[in-house]
Every structure is written in C-alpha cells, then in structure tokens.
Design a protein around this ligand. Sequence first.
Ligand code: ADP
Length: 616
Amino acid sequence: MRSELVESFSIFRRILGLTRPYWKHISASVVLTVFYSLLSGASIYLFIPLLDILFHPEKMSAGAPGDASLGLGSWFSGLKEDVIGAILAGSQSDALLRISIIIIVTFLLKNIFGYLQFFLMNYSEESIIRDLRNTIYRHIHSLPLGFFSNERTGDLISRVVSDVSVLNGGISAFFVTMMRQPLLIAVYLVLAFSLSWKLTLISLVVFPFTLAIIAWIALTLHRERGVTQERMADITAVLHETISGVKVVKAFGMEDFETRKFVNHTRAYLRSILRINRIKDISSPATEFLSVIAGSVIVWYGGILVLQESTLSASEFLGFLFIIFQIMPPIKELTNVANRIQEASAAAKRIFEIIDVEPSITTRSGAAALTDFSSSLEFRNVSFSYEGDQTVLTGISLSIAKGDVVALVGPSGAGKTTIVDLIPRFYDPSDGAILIDGQDLRDLDLKSLREKIGIVTQETILFNDTIRNNIAYGVAECPPDRVEAAARTANAHQFIANTRDGYETVIGERGVKLSGGERQRLALARAILKNPPILILDEATSALDTESELLVQEAIDRLMTGRTSVVIAHRLSTIQRASRIYVIERGRIVGAGTHTELIADKDGLYKKLYDLQFRA
Ligand code: ADP
C-alpha cells in the first residue's frame, strides 16, 4: 500500500514534468479558471436580487437584503450590500433592465473565459501527448535488437497508441476538472455560507460520505486499470501478429483458430472492463442518492427558517437552493475525475516502463569514430547468450582479413546468424571481444561502425515508399543517377523501368507488389548504394526461378567485389569462392579451412553438409 502510494506519487511527478514546456499555457488556463469560477458564482447569485425585484419591491429603496451579522467578515458582507444596493437602486423597471444586462454580461464573460481555458488546456494536453509519443518512438529506436522479440511488437504498439491516449484524458482531468471544480465548489460554498450557515452545514453532511465513496472507488480501481490495459495490449499483439502473418494463417487454414484466440482475448478484455465499469458506475447513482437525501433535508429545514423563524427571505432561500444544487455537478465531476486520473496513472506507468529501459548498446563516451576499415576483423574467444538464456556461442575465434570472403556453414540453429549479428553490435558478446583493425567494437562510435557495414538478409525489408527512396534508404539527398547506377549493378533497373512510375513507383507495405527476386535485387541495390567496406550476407535458402536466380547471383557477385564479406552460405559458388570456411555446430567452430581442405575429411560435418545442402 505504502509502496503503491510512493509509486503513484513518482508517476504523478513525472507526468507533471511532461507539462513543463507548456507551463505558460497551463498557468493562463488556471488563472482563467479562477475567473470562470468567480463569474459562475456571481451568475447564480444574481438571481437573488432578480427575485427581490419581482417579489419584494419594498426592498428596492431600502437597498441590500444582506444579513451583516453572518460573521463571514464585514468586508465580504459590505461588498455584497454595496453591489446589491447599486443593482436595486432606482425604479423597478430600471433595476430589471440593469440586472438583465448584468446577467448577460456575466454569462458572456464566464463563457468566454471558460472557452479560452479549455482551448489553452487542450492545446497543452495534445502537445504533451505528441511529445510523449515522439519521445517513446525515439527511445524505442535507441533500444538494442534484443528488446524487440516478436511478441513484444504488439505490446509496444499498444503502449504508444492506446496507453498514450488514456493518459491524454488524465492530464486535462487533472488541470481542468481538478482546478475548476474545487474552485467552483469553494465559490458556491462561500455564497451559501453568506446566505445561511445553518442550512449550509446541514447540506454538507453528505460530503464525508461522498468522499468515502470516491476514495473507495479510486483504491479499488487502481489495480484493475493495469489489468485492462494489459488485456488491450494482448489484443493488439494478436492483431499485429496475425495481420502481418496473414498469408501463413490462410495457407494453414488457421482462420478459425486465430479467430477463437482473438475472441478469447476480447472476452478477457470485456470481463476486465466490465469489472471496472461496475465499480465506476456505482459512484454516480450513489452520490446522486446522497444528494437527494441532503436536498430533502435542506428543503424541509429551509422551509422552517423561512416560514416559521423568518430568518431567511423566500428569495434568499430559492437562491440558496440554486447554489447548493450547483455544487452537486462539480462533486460528481470530481468522482469521475478521480477515476480518470487512476486510469491515466496506470497508463503512465506502462509508458514509463518503456522509457525507463536503458539502451544497453550505445556509444560509450570518448569513443573514437571508425573512419576506415583497413586491415582485419577479429573475433577473440567470443561467447554469447541471449538475455538469461543458455549459451548460444562458445569460444568463437576467427579472423577475417580485408578483402576476404569468409563463409559460415552449419546446421540450422548452430549460431551463424548470431555470429554475424555481433558484428554491427546488434548484440554485444557476453565474453571475449570483437575487434576491427585491432580496436574493440565497444570503443568505437556506433554510428560510424554501422556505416561501414552492409547487411543483406534473407528477409528483404522494404518500406511503403517509392522504389527510389527504398534504394536510397539512409542516404540523404542522393542524386538520381547514383540510385540508377546502383539499380543497374543490382540487375534491378530493367524491372523498375517497366513499373508504372519507374523509380517513383510506391511499393505496397512490405513490398508485396514485387516478386521475391525483385525484392532481393532492390535490397542488393540498397547495399550497393551504401557502398560499405564490410558486407554481411545471409544467402537466401528459398529457391527462385532460374532466371531470377541468375540475376540475383550476378548482383551478389558484383556487390561482393572489392569488399570484405562474411556470408552465411547456402550456395555452392559461395563456398568455392570463400577464402576460408568456418563450420559451426552448436555454437562452436568445429572446422575451418578452404573448401578443398575441408572436403578431404570424409567423416567430417562439412562433408555431410556439403552432400546435403550444396551438391544438388
Ligand atoms: P543459425 O543462424 O545458425 O540458424 P541462430 O544464430 O539463428 O542459428 O540461432 C542460434 C541459437 O540461438 C538457436 O538455438 C536459437 O534458438 C537461439 N536464438 C536465436 N535468436 C534468439 C533470440 N532472439 N533470443 C533467444 N534465443 C535466440
């Protein structure tokens, strides 16, 4: 309980921190709220002299109806008398006209202030939300690859989209409702006290009950909120996974299975949200019922004051009722706002969880930029395990001289991809070191390191953009002839020229409008344009048709020319061309040499793999 409070408080402070850039707007909004509340009080209070004009013309010349003996301070009573006296001066019709005009002006100003206040607050709130989304997005991109497991993607999207929206309601709830409603309540209370303190005290009997209800609901909801948002994240995760993998779902006839899974998630969400609403929805009827009890007591006791004791005039009593019933909506608003703030703080917690993940792979301070790759890339006794999992690589030592082609072969799951992922520091070794020209990768500027490395994987990632921008991805303001030259080298120019808008053709999301071979050639053109000295290549295992295969192979050969390449090999031509082949099995190097040397061992793993994978 205590730690929950501490946590809520720290979340609250961080949310306040987000509002800092907009403090001018927010302060102006708060000041306007004060004026709004005062004018709201005045606009209600004005009905008392109005009633007096209509029902008590005898009071007109006598001046104010105020009761200076109320003990609220002579200043306030004096002011009230002066103001009401001035309003009621002169003839009945003059006063009527005067009060009508004053009512119009009061309401006009009140609404103008109210509008400006909302406008400023909305501006601030929406801007804060935008800033927050941008911050999370920027932060997400600073996180290491290990953070982005497939299951996490949907959850991440849900936090950026849905949790941030929930927070949205909370900020305005805090600054608008939490400022405006208590102020309104205070203004109405002062007015009510000035009319009759006895009646006011009786009306206030309901307050403690209402507060108790609010507190109970807030506490009960605190935990439920997190659950609901997690259920929503589950839904988003399933959506993301099955929509992006819709082809597999269809191919395996899993539509019904996936739908059932989805239905289970939406049912869990429904349960959770209904639980919340059940609790939340009690607050309104309960507070209303309490108000009605209070209201009846007030009418009864007020009636006695007017009719029997004559300590209150009828118009004052009516005014009092007006005022006291104006207090109820702000109280109800406050119960709702407590809920919304609960919701927002649960969402904020989930958002801050992401923001608080430290980027573990970063450029350390004082790191040197890698200006050139001049001699070698070396793995020195490298071991690696994915977060908390078992060891995937053990004692990997290998050296690649500039200009060499090194091939990695081994059964699936041996650790080949993991080895190459360590070169651009997608992960850091758990033990040992990787050195480039004798310098530890961790002592180098990360951006300058990745600039020297080109990666072509089996899965070609294309963005929903023009062909030109996909090829020139990461190269700012690339001249058109360079893009074209790269496309020609990658054997892609021909098919690009045949598309409707040539280089300006927008490819669909994930490049679905292109064939497998075409997509690979675009990815190769992208690598060629980047022109990195080091190339990491994961050769495609899936077969293309012969013509496409030839075009892709030719493009790969051209790309490799003059570069240092590390290839996860699946093609005969690659292993024959490699200056050195490393055979990987269960995370260890179990053989190394040229093709001719390795094939000589008739019982070796290489020979087996060769017979299985390459010879055909
Ligand atoms: P290969 O490329 O040789 O097929 P990988 O390097 O992809 O092998 O995988 C090596 C081992 O590491 C496998 O057992 C695989 O299950 C595991 N692995 C791969 N990626 C991850 C990951 N992101 N988290 C945990 N384990 C992983």
